[in-house]
Unconditional design. Structure first.
Length: 234
């Protein structure tokens, strides 16, 4: 079982931390989030982990090495120029498995990603893991018909959406078909390409999930992890 962790972003919203260290090495308690992900993936059955690196990659490689400290095969895809959240897949010249798990390197979750990987149907192009999020609208929302007449008036509604967790399984055939080497590509665009020609499944889960893109998210992650480390650590 092979997983790829996206670890090449600059983490601009976490400055000043990410001026001197890459975002995946920002600690959650005493452990970088990247190490936590590696430990989780190893415990869930992944024996081969590839890190897609760019910004401050030498620090990540110095910290993680070849993965022997976690008893896992670990290697790197190095982006000379940023290729986006999916373009790096075109650099994989050793794609021997029929699917890949792709996970963002700033993800805190207790999702069993190994189960998602195993239950993915390779006849499908991809599986997207999704979480439900509710957003409160701070205004009265009007629905108006074509002639300008009021159809409904809802005061400060709450809207619920299915949102991507940044955890996806992509079939090898879809990578071959839709990803060009050295051409920038974002994951949403790759998934739209697959959808246009095949099937993309959405797997909604109530697992804990936090994307640590902002300082407030990092603070929440630290508090959540400290409250119950065993929830996330194997």
């Amino acid at each position: 079982m092979r997983a790829v962790i996206l670890a090449g972003g600059e983490g601009s919203r976490l400055k000043p931390f990410t001026v001197v260290i890459p975002k995946p090495l920002v600690p959650i308690g005493e452990m970088p989030i990247l190490e936590l992900l590696i430990r989780q993936l190893k415990a869930q059955g992944f024996d081969w982990i590839t890190l897609s690196v760019g910004y401050l990659s030498t620090l990540i490689e110095a910290y993680c090495g070849d993965g022997s400290r976690w008893n896992v095969r670990l290697d790197y895809v190095r982006e000379v120029e940023p290729l986006g959240t999916a373009g790096f897949l075109g650099l994989l010249d050793d794609l021997t498995e029929d699917r890949l798990l792709v996970v963002n390197g700033d993800t805190l979750t207790d999702l069993d990603m190994g189960r998602v990987y195993r239950e993915h149907d390779v006849g499908d192009g991809a599986t997207i893991c999704a979480n439900r999020r509710s957003t409160a609208v701070e205004f009265g929302v009007l629905e108006v018909d074509a002639s300008g007449r009021l159809r409904s008036y809802t005061e400060k509604p709450t809207v619920t959406h299915e949102v991507s967790m940044g955890v996806n399984v992509v079939s090898a055939w879809a990578i071959d078909a839709f990803v060009e080497p050295h051409v920038p590509l974002q994951m949403p665009e790759l998934l739209r390409r697959i959808q246009a020609e095949g099937t993309v499944r959405v797997r909604t889960t109530d697992a804990y999930w936090l994307d640590m893109g902002r300082m407030s998210d990092l603070e929440t992650a630290v508090e959540t992890f400290a409250a119950d480390p065993s929830r996330f650590l194997p």
